[in-house]
Design a protein around this ligand. Structure first.
Ligand code: PMP
Length: 443
């Protein structure tokens, strides 16, 4: 055979030398795996009932759908084109009025509010805008799992502080309120390296609604250490049993250091529209605008127009029984209670959530169906969830997903179920659980 030309040899050697270096940027190291890809796929393939990923299977309110239809089919051609990069003017105006009322301060729609591609992008903007090499960001565990990779991608180091479970009184169901922050432990995580803390109340996955004392403890530490607070409040309207959602930005000294994040996905049950927002002081939001301007630039105009109309309606009905923000938690509380009953009846011990549309349950009683495997690195709950969707057709998310690697194995006997589902879906889940229970108890 002919020997390769010297040119080809040199080219091939330099190509190989280049390829010896990873092609991807170093900031992606260790964050390439994502359980959602796997669990969403498993649910699509095997589930008969999907209580996994957090989205409702019932429609959004008619007034919101109608507003979208009007936006895309009406006379106004502008709604098909770019709008203002940092938020469609009607939307930022009504968000400023609405959140101004809730926070008890005048908000400037142009500088105190920014519209984002869902709450995800608001979070991403926060980490990109404020966190750099050497900075630490405190994350309360369990946490919405994207916080950790987003901190790392920005070059920061996540520092985890756990919510700790107090044993409930005998005979009472566990509650998300049984999970609390130890003030001394929280204080021990703050240092001169602390850039920010991420707060998520109501919390995904537990459904914990942080109380005033806990928020005040967080606020005092933020003020003392000059730390920022990224407050993810996407489940702000989903609180039950008469509880109140408190906004950390309204506590003394917190407005100037807090970015409050919200989502129409959760507020109006339109997760696919991906309209979210960040609210905060101009000295913080101006940096979010820089990230937004130089990344996505802009969010879909028609969806923003429809969400603006939805908020206009809610502003007019604020505090009245017809308000969607009042109706939705009433409906969801019934769904929560229905799932609590189904799980309790079969021996999965629910942690009754005070908020969100998630419910975490202890699966220890079902361990005989999926024995522990000491040779496997995979957390037990993850193997259990996969077995359950494949063998029972019921999809849920392992709780270990919401812990950092070092702490996954100590919380691996719980699953997270989403109850934002039609009555029929919850009944079908109940049927699966009942049949499973019968199978287990038959000799
Ligand atoms: N924060 C939390 C706590 C969430 O649960 C979610 C969605 N699951 C988001 C943010 C992202 O919201 P969006 O869909 O608006 O991007």
């Amino acid at each position: 055979a002919a020997s390769p030309s010297p040119f080809r040899l040199v080219f091939s050697l330099s190509w190989q030398a280049k390829m010896a270096k990873p092609v991807q940027a170093q900031r992606l190291e260790g964050i390439d795996k994502n359980i959602w890809v796997e669990f969403v796929q498993l649910a699509a393939t095997y589930s008969k009932v999907n209580l996994g990923q957090g989205f409702p299977d019932f429609p959004p309110p008619d007034f919101l759908k109608d507003a979208f239809v009007r936006a895309v089919s009406g006379q106004s051609q502008e709604l098909h084109q770019y709008t203002r990069a940092f938020g469609h003017p009607p939307l930022v105006k009504v968000l400023a009025q609405f959140f101004g009322k809730l926070l008890g301060r005048d908000l400037d729609p142009m500088t105190n509010v920014m519209v984002t591609v869902g709450a995800y992008q608001a979070l991403f903007c926060c980490f990109q805008a404020f966190v750099e090499e050497g900075d630490e960001v405190i994350i309360i565990e369990p946490f919405f799992d994207c916080y950790e990779p987003m901190v790392r991608m920005a070059g920061g180091t996540p520092v985890f502080v756990p919510l700790r479970l107090k044993a409930p009184e005998a005979g009472r169901l566990m509650s998300s309120a049984d999970w609390g922050l130890d003030p001394a432990e929280l204080a021990s995580k703050f240092s001169e390296r602390t850039k920010a803390i991420v707060l998520n109340s109501p919390n995904n996955p537990l459904g914990k609604v942080f109380g005033r004392r806990e928020l005040e403890a967080v606020a005092r530490l933020c003020v003392r250490h000059g730390a920022l607070c990224f407050s993810d409040e996407v489940y702000e309207w989903l609180v039950y049993d008469g509880r109140q959602h408190l906004r950390v930005a309204s506590l003394p000294g917190m407005w100037e250091r807090t970015v409050t994040i919200g989502s129409s996905g959760k507020t109006f049950n339109v997760t696919g529209w991906k309209v979210g927002w960040a609210v905060g002081p101009d000295q913080l939001l101006r940096h979010l605008r820089t990230v937004h301007q130089n990344s996505v630039y802009h969010c879909a105009t028609a969806a923003q127009e429809a969400v603006a109309q939805g908020f206009q309606r809610e502003l007019e009905l604020y505090g009245k029984p017809e308000s969607y923000f009042m109706q939705l938690p009433r409906e969801l509380q019934q769904k929560r209670d229905c799932l609590v009953q189904s799980l309790t009846a079969v021996g999965m011990k629910p942690i009754v959530p005070e908020g969100t549309y998630f419910l975490v349950a202890d699966i220890s009683e079902f361990k005989s169906d999926v024995p522990e495997d000491p040779s496997s690195d995979e957390p037990y709950d993850s193997r259990f969830a996969k077995w359950m969707v494949k063998n029972k057709g019921l999809a849920a998310i392992p709780l270990s997903t919401f812990f950092c690697d070092a702490h996954k194995s100590s919380h691996s006997h719980f699953l997270r179920f989403c109850f934002a589902k039609e009555e029929g879906t919850l009944k079908a889940a109940n049927d699966i659980l009942q049949a499973w229970k019968r199978e287990k108890s038959s000799p």
